[in-house]
Each structure stands twice: as structure tokens, then as C-alpha cells.
Design a protein around this ligand. Structure first.
Ligand SMILES: N[C@@H](CCC(=O)N[C@@H](CS)C(=O)NCC(=O)O)C(=O)O
Length: 234
């Protein structure tokens, strides 16, 4: 490489939990990366070509190609699987087949069901409104906290079963994804988890890890400019 930029470029914003998930993988493995800002609501034409679902993140591996479609991967799950293959240590996908599949399921559950309840149900109605100079839709956010999230937390509590990790006996993509997606709620609201002690303990332990905390800090810097304090949704 003729310049000082790292091979791995994550197109997106740390405000996206899926960008933070990919960044967390890089941090866990000690792989240099850079987040290159893309405004997903007004993306440049070259980005649309590499993001068929018009979403962030997309990863570019500059050691493969510096422009065009080659060397790019859309979708955080595909990105994380790629980073794991390219940089196997420390392993963030369990080796044992059942634990491996459980990790993939929890990743998917967090990316979809948890993200729908927390991201679409709470983060967006609060932060998108504030960004547009409007009043946050606290009724919608309170409804999501009271009704959409509890069944999701119930599933997570049961699947954790009092253990420290969701799959196998070590940190995996499952833990990283749940933490990154749940922290989307923390960006705008308090997250009292007393009814789910296993989830609460897991969340606290994840928040203490640099691979979770560092990308979140970047997101918080952006969010706190417009929203100095979190809302209480209870
Ligand atoms: N399953 C995708 C989800 C990506 C996603 O939904 N990203 C959001 C930002 S957090 C996005 O780009 N949204 C743009 C839109 O919905 O138009 C992944 O894991 O990467």
C-alpha cells in the first residue's frame, strides 16, 4: 500500500450498530480499520453500486481492490464472517457445530428482531425527529420499550441461561451483535434491565470491553451534540 490508510475501510457511520459491530470485530482482532463517512440518506452513486440493499455498512478490503465492486462486501454479517476468515485469531465464532449455529442464530435475532424493536422502535422515533428539529416521538418509543422489547429480552434471558456468553464458553459474534444493537437504545434512552438479570449482567460486561466501548464512544460524540441526555422511557 502506498499510503497510510489501512486495508480495511468500513463505509458508514459509527451511529449504525452494524458499523459498530464490524468495527468491534476489527478491534477484537487488532486489525487496523477506518470508518469512511457515508450519509445513507444521500449516498454517492459509487456507493449505491457497492450496496445493493442501499444500506451501511459496506466493507472494502483495499488489499483486494481500491475501487469498484471488487474487494467490497455489503452486510455486517458477511463482513464479520470475512474478517474472521482473514484474521482467525482470536476466534469469534465457536468451533463446535451446535455452538457455532447458536451464535449465528443469535446474531441474526439481534440484527433483525432486536434491531426492529430497539432501532426502529426507539432510536429512530427519538433521534431522527430531533435531527429534523422535531419533537421526539416518545409515545412510540415508550410503547416499544413497554411492549416490543420485553419478549425479545425474554428470549435473550432464556438463551443465556445464566451464562456469561450466548454461544459456547467464550466471547463470540453473538455477544458482540447483541451488545452493539442494544446500545442503539442506550444512545437515546436509559435501559433498565432489572427484570432480566442475565441480560443485564451480559450487557454490563460487554460495555466494559474496548471492542464495544470504543465504537460506541464515537457514536455518542455525534448523538450527544443534538441530544445531551437520555430519555427515561419507563
Ligand atoms: N442487515 C444489515 C442491516 C444494515 C442496516 O439496516 N443499516 C441501516 C443503518 S443502521 C441502513 O443503512 N439503513 C438505511 C435505510 O434503511 O434506508 C447489516 O447487518 O448490515
Amino acid at each position: 500500500m502506498s499510503d497510510s490508510r489501512p486495508d480495511l475501510i468500513i463505509y458508514g457511520s459509527p451511529v449504525s450498530p452494524f458499523v459498530r459491530k464490524a468495527a468491534g470485530m476489527c478491534i477484537a482482532k487488532g486489525v487496523p480499520y477506518e470508518v469512511e463517512a457515508i450519509n445513507i440518506f444521500a449516498p454517492p452513486p459509487w456507493f449505491v453500486e457497492i450496496s445493493p440493499m442501499k444500506r451501511i455498512p459496506v466493507l472494502r478490503d483495499r488489499s483486494v481492490a481500491e475501487e469498484g465492486l471488487a474487494g467490497t462486501i455489503p452486510d455486517s454479517s458477511a463482513i464479520c464472517a470475512y474478517i474472521e476468515k482473514k484474521h482467525p485469531a482470536p476466534a469469534l465464532y465457536p468451533e463446535e457445530p451446535m455452538a457455532h449455529a447458536q451464535a449465528l442464530f443469535i446474531e441474526e435475532f439481534a440484527d433483525t428482531t432486536l434491531a426492529m424493536a430497539g432501532g426502529l422502535g426507539i432510536f429512530r422515533p427519538i433521534f431522527f425527529a430531533i435531527s429534523k428539529g422535531q419533537e421526539p416521538d416518545l409515545d412510540k418509543a415508550r410503547d416499544a420499550w413497554a411492549n416490543q422489547l420485553p419478549p425479545v429480552f425474554d428470549v435473550l434471558e432464556t438463551r443465556l441461561g445464566g451464562r456469561a456468553y450466548f454461544a459456547g464458553d467464550a466471547l463470540s459474534i453473538a455477544d458482540i451483535t447483541v451488545a452493539c444493537v442494544l446500545m442503539q437504545v442506550s444512545l437515546v434512552a436509559e435501559t433498565p434491565l432489572d427484570k432480566w438479570p442475565g441480560v443485564a449482567a451480559h450487557f454490563a460486561a460487554m460495555q466494559a470491553l474496548p471492542l464495544i466501548a470504543e465504537p460506541y464512544e464515537q457514536a455518542e460524540k455525534i448523538i450527544r451534540k443534538a441530544l445531551p441526555t437520555r430519555f427515561d422511557l419507563t
